[in-house]
Write a protein that binds this ligand. Structure first.
Ligand code: GDP
Ligand code: IMO
Ligand code: MG
Length: 423
């Protein structure tokens, strides 16, 4: 059963791409299954740094096929900008990219609506990446979206698109007093697009299940993280898709029977970008110091990421929902200089201990912390578990025990080589 799934266990930016890049060398096909250009997936190879938004992080291996799955919302402008950037760096994307015919197109008006909705929400804004994600998924759910396959049906341009644009313009002009979009401009854009992508568009469930049946290795690349999941995250401060295992199946179309491993990626501490509850957030100078040590600034928006301690309840929640078989613990080196490291080992709600992550009332939980002595020596150069400082190993062992999932990889730096495999 050769499909492996990589999911974020916290609020995104856990270092998923670093681990995907590390694992992709053994993989023939890498599939993104949800989200869109809200993702910022960083891979460092030597002195080169790549930040992927839509293209799967496996593209750096010259023989890997990369698939944009049906659960994605694809902004074609962002996709072509990314392809051009990669080609300019000598990474040949042509011929290795497949696009699901059931993926949705993210249109310029989705980005505009995202921005306008955030502005109109004032203190209740989500703090989105402004990439149009929520607006595009809303259209999908509302059956007003544009699937890639529709572009190849002539009646789409005469019967469906005019109605969609009329509805959009009603919304833009009447709700937001914004400028209408022009039907002819959008039609032309879509007609050009369909020729540019014609050779890449495929039926992804057919392709993937067939390749799996023939014994190929597939890696499913999640974007965002469990706590940003539309159903299992800190709603409404979430993204508009399901980064979790259920979303991986729905967004790729592979049969669950092929799923071998579900690998959860977690930082050795935690971060969050945007608004919403965050029980272990560290404020003030201590938070600032961690942000600096971890270089915690959004790779898409440049926004400073909120930083906090490792929260066992969050990762246990992720383990439960995703069926995690292993964890990859990243950015352990960021804690190198700390004297003491705190870990949230549980919550109290209304004076009672709870051992689950609550669906609401997250702001009301009292966090129970345990303190661990730091190691205060560098770890980035270390390649074997036994060479890590004793206190680092104690910290890692405690996290695995509390989370109830074995830690299989430890990442001590952004590069491929800074990875300790435990078996
Ligand atoms: P993703 O969205 O989960 O792929 O994560 P991002 O790429 O948004 O953010 C992770 C950041 O941490 C990137 O800048 C990575 O290069 C960096 N990174 C990943 N693993 C490590 C690590 O073990 N140590 C350090 N210091 N940086 C890391
Ligand atoms: P990767 O894949 C971290 C956050 C936004 C905001 C919320 C909703 O790099 O881990 P959206 O634009 O999706 O409607 O924003 O979700 N968010 C992320 N945070 N990493 C990401 O992706 C994110 N994608 C969205 O900051 O709080
Ligand atoms: Mg990221």
């Amino acid at each position: 059963m050769p499909a492996k799934l990589i999911v974020g266990t916290q609020w995104g930016d856990e270092g998923k791409a670093k681990v995907i890049d590390y694992l992709a060398k053994e993989t023939e096909i890498v599939v993104r299954y949800q989200g869109g250009a809200n993702a910022g997936h960083t891979v460092k190879v030597g002195e080169d740094k790549y930040i992927f938004r839509l293209i799967p992080s496996g593209i750096l291996y010259p023989r890997t096929i990369c698939v944009l799955g049906g659960g994605m919302v694809i902004d074609p402008d962002a996709m072509f900008a990314e392809i051009e950037e990669l080609e300019a760096k000598g990474i040949h994307v042509a011929g290795r990219l497949r696009i699901a015919d059931n993926a949705h197109l993210l249109m310029p008006y989705h980005k505009e609506i995202d921005v306008l909705t955030e502005e109109a929400s004032g203190a209740h804004k989500i703090g989105t990446t402004k990439r149009g994600i929520g607006a595009c998924y809303s259209d999908k759910v509302n059956r007003q979206g544009i699937r890639i396959s529709m572009l190849y049906n002539e009646s789409f341009y005469t019967e469906i698109l005019p109605r969609l644009i009329e509805q959009k313009n009603n919304f833009l002009t009447k709700v937001y007093n914004a400028k209408p979009v022009v039907f002819e401009t959008i039609k032309e854009k879509l007609l050009t697009l369909r020729e540019k992508i014609r050779d890449m568009v495929i039926n992804v469930p057919y392709y993937l299940n067939m390749e799996l049946a023939s014994g190929k290795q597939i890696l499913l690349e999640g974007a965002q993280g469990t706590m940003l999941d539309l159903d299992f995250g800190t709603y409404p401060y979430v993204t508009s898709s399901n980064p979790t295992t259920g979303g991986a199946l729905a967004g790729s179309g592979i049969s669950f029977r092929y799923l071998e491993d579900v690998i959860g990626i977690c930082k050795a501490y935690s971060t969050r970008v945007g608004e919403g509850p965050y029980p272990t957030e560290i404020f003030g100078e201590e938070g600032e110091a961690l942000r600096k040590a971890g270089n915690e600034f959004g790779s898409v928006t440049g926004r400073p990421r909120r930083c906090g301690w490792f929260d066992v309840e969050v990762v246990r929640h992720a383990a439960r929902i995703n069926g995690l078989s292993a964890l990859a613990l990243t950015k352990i080196d960021v804690l190198d200089n700390l004297e003491t490291i705190k870990v949230a080992t549980g919550y109290e709600l209304n004076g009672k201990r709870i051992d689950y992550f609550p669906s609401c009332s997250v702001n009301d939980v009292k966090v129970i912390y345990e303190e661990f002595p730091g190691w205060q020596e560098p770890t980035s150069h270390i390649t074997k578990l036994k060479n890590l400082p004793k206190n680092t190993r104690k910290y890692i062992d405690a996290l695995a025990k509390y989370c109830g999932v074995p830690i299989q990889w430890i990442s001590v730096g952004p590069g491929r080589e800074s990875t300790i495999a435990l078996k």
